[in-house]
Design a protein around this ligand. Sequence first.
Ligand SMILES: Nc1nc2c(ncn2[C@@H]2O[C@H](COP(=O)(O)OP(=O)(O)OP(=O)(O)O)[C@@H](O)[C@H]2O)c(=O)[nH]1
Ligand SMILES: [Mg+2]
Length: 372
Amino acid sequence: MTASWYRRLTGEGPAGLQVFALGGADLATFEERHLRDRRGGGQGLLLARLVAGDELVDEVLYRRHPDRGEISIHGGPAVARRLEALLVAAGFRPGQPVEARPGTRGPAMRALETARGRRQVVHLARLAEGAFDLRLREIADGLDAAETDEQVSRLREEIASLLERAPYGLAMCRPPLVCLRGPVNAGKSSLFNALCGRDRVIVSDRPGTTRDAIEAPVELDGFPFRLVDLAGERASVDPIELLGQAEGDRRLAQADIVLDLQPARDWARRAAERSADLRVIPVASRADEVDEEVRVALAASREAPVVLSTTAGLGLGDLQRRIVARSAFGAPGGEDLPGPFLPEQVVILREALRLVLTEPLLAAARLRRLCD
Ligand SMILES: Nc1nc2c(ncn2[C@@H]2O[C@H](COP(=O)(O)OP(=O)(O)OP(=O)(O)O)[C@@H](O)[C@H]2O)c(=O)[nH]1
Ligand SMILES: [Mg+2]
C-alpha cells in the first residue's frame, strides 16, 4: 500500500466547484468516516454528504476508481480548505501520488524465498544483490552524460540486450509449466514421480488411476519448472473422469511444454493420436517393453521421440535436456546474466527503448524508475 495522498485537480481560486483526487492506504477509512449517505448518481458517480463528526461540511459528488477517489465539492474555497484539513488529519499528504515502482531487488528477494534449484537460487541472489539495478543505473548515467549519437546508440543496444534476456528472467521468477499427457496407463504418473524425485502421486496398473491435475515444482537439469500430471485420456462417461479430463484440457492450454507419452509398444498404432503442436515433446514410454532394435528405430525415426523407461531408468537425462532446450532457459541469449524478471519491468524497458534515440534523458528517467 502506498502512503495516502491527495491532489487538487482544479486550479485554486474562488470557483464554486473544485475537484480533489485522493488515494492510498487510508482511502477506505476516509470514505467510511467522512462520506455519509452515499447514493448512486449514475456513471460511477455517487452523491454523498461530506461530514466532520456530525457536522455537514458539503454535499459532494464522489467517483471511486480502482486505485483512487475523486471528490467534487461545491462550496467554494472555504469548503476546500476544510476538506484539506480533514484529509491531513486523516493522514493524507498533499502532492503527487506515490508511484508504485516494480523495483528490482525487493521482488528478487521475495522470489528467493520459494526458489528451488541451484541455478534459480544463484540467479535470484545476484538480482537481489542488485546486479540488474546496477546495469540500469550504469545505462541511465551513460545516457545522462552522452554527448554523441554513437554513445546513445551504443546504450540503446544495451537496453535491447537487456530486453532479449527477458524470457530467461521471467522464467526464473515464474517457472515454465510442463504438462504430462497421454492415454491411460502410458506411465505419466510414474514419470511425474521420477522427475519429482519422490513418490508424489499414485501409480497403478489400473487404467484411469489419475483423476485430477496435480502440480509440483521440480528442478530439471538445475532449472526450475512446474510439472503437472494429468488424468489419462480415453473415452469415458464417468462424470468425475470427465471433470478430470476437462481440467486437463484447461492446463494443457496454459502449458509451455507438453510431454506427450505413448507406450513404445503402441507407437506405430497410435501415430494419428500424436499432436504436431510446437510445444510438444514426443515420448515413447515404457520402452523396456520393446526390443533394443525397436528402441533404436524409434529414436532414429522422423518424430525422434525421447525413448523412455521410468522403471529401467532409460532416457530420463535426454528428456530433461530436451525440456530445458525447449524452454525459455534454452532460448538464444538465455544466458545467466541479469535482466528483467517481472512483466512490469519489461514494459518500462520497452518504453525506454522506444524513447532512447529521440529523448535519451527521458529514457534515463524511465530506467531509474525501475531501480529500487
Ligand atoms: N514396464 C514398465 N512399466 C511401467 C513404466 N512406467 C509405468 N509403468 C507401469 O504402467 C502402469 C501405469 O503407470 P502410471 O504411471 O500409473 O500410468 P498413467 O499414465 O499415470 O496412468 P493413468 O493415471 O491411468 O492415466 C503401472 O503399472 C506402472 O508400474 C515403465 O517405464 N516400464
Ligand atoms: Mg496417472
